[in-house]
Design a protein around this ligand. Structure first.
Ligand code: HEM
Length: 286
């Protein structure tokens, strides 16, 4: 862009960050405009920007893990966790709305819902929580469906983590869609056993341990977000049905059991100082 003398205008803060575009993206639907609707839109848009950054970091972590650069991958996941800590506390800004005020514009959001957040689902798929039912929810949204389908078909962080353990000599087999339920159960136990090895010998296997802890923390803060979101929703609308058509908090509570890396949690149940001498139910008999 040039100025009135035909010279290139110097870069400015507002130009670089496209601030005029950014602050023009909050279109309130209420008429007359409801004071709190701007907060509602801003909080959601801020989430979506952070989701974009999280996906950027998760994709980097995948590359690093594939290159066996575990400390760098763990550091990248550390950034994801710091963002997630912010996302957990950010939800409470919405609690500064009094419930009657939120109800003043809630009806107009119908049938839109956070349930349809494409990037939230991308984070779930990329981490390891891939549900075909969720993918199919996006069938009528070609842009979102295509992004999600790609992530659905690409190896997740969970898959890549066990591939890393396998390359490092542990018995952590790869998943295969054709496995029977019994075979999948066995795969889960062998992977849990591999994690148990890492947790027991964490000094010798410090790189694998550090990466596993970073993944677990990502899972933990995502779950914490779920639970803070539920309490905020209950405070705002009680047990009313959601704008997306679900039962509301009844549905949301069912999501609290979702884990990206269940084996990383499960292994702790069997961790025992006697491990190796028969302390683990999955280990071969001494
Ligand atoms: C007053 C504010 C909010 C209320 C009352 C609310 C309410 C709800 C309800 C009732 C659901 C269940 C689905 C449905 O039937 O609609 C839901 C799901 C969801 N909401 Fe919110 N929400 C709020 C703010 C937010 C914010 C700020 C985000 C950030 C992105 C968000 C993200 C989500 C996501 C990702 C789901 C799907 C969760 C899952 O299926 O695991 N919500 N919300």
């Amino acid at each position: 862009m040039t100025n009135e003398y035909g010279k290139a205008a110097p870069l400015s803060y507002n130009k670089y960050l496209r601030v005029p575009d950014l602050i023009g993206l909050q279109d309130c639907l209420s008429g007359p405009e409801h004071h709190d609707e701007l907060l509602f839109i801003t909080v959601h848009q801020a989430y979506e920007l952070w989701f974009k950054q999280i996906l950027h970091e998760l994709d980097a972590a995948v590359l690093l893990m594939n290159q066996d650069r575990l400390p760098a991958a763990a550091r990248t996941l550390g950034r994801v966790v710091e963002i997630e800590k912010l996302l957990v506390t950010q939800i409470h800004i919405l609690e500064t709305m009094v419930p009657i005020s939120f109800l003043g514009f809630r009806e107009q959001l119908n049938p839109a819902s956070g349930f349809q957040s494409m990037q939230f689902r991308e984070i779930e798929f990329t981490s390891g929580l891939k549900l075909e039912g969720i993918l199919n929810e996006f069938r009528n949204d070609p842009f979102a469906y295509e992004r999600l389908r790609k992530r659905y078909e690409t190896a997740s962080l969970s898959e890549i983590f066990f591939a890393v353990l396998s390359r490092r000599g542990l018995d952590a087999p790869a998943d295969d869609k054709s496995l029977t339920d019994a075979e999948r159960k066995q795969l889960y136990e062998r992977r849990t056993q591999a994690v148990l090895e890492v947790l027991t010998h964490f000094e010798e296997r410090y790189e694998e341990f550090q990466l596993g802890e970073a993944l677990l923390e990502h899972d933990e803060f995502f779950l914490l977000w779920r639970s803070h979101h539920i309490k905020m929703v209950e405070r705002m609308v009680g047990a009313k049905r959601g704008t997306g058509g679900s039962e509301g908090i009844g549905y949301l509570q069912t999501t609290l059991g979702k884990k990206f890396f269940p084996e990383l949690w499960e292994a702790r149940t069997y961790l025992d100082v006697k491990h190796g001498a028969g302390g683990c139910p999955f280990s071969s008999p001494p």
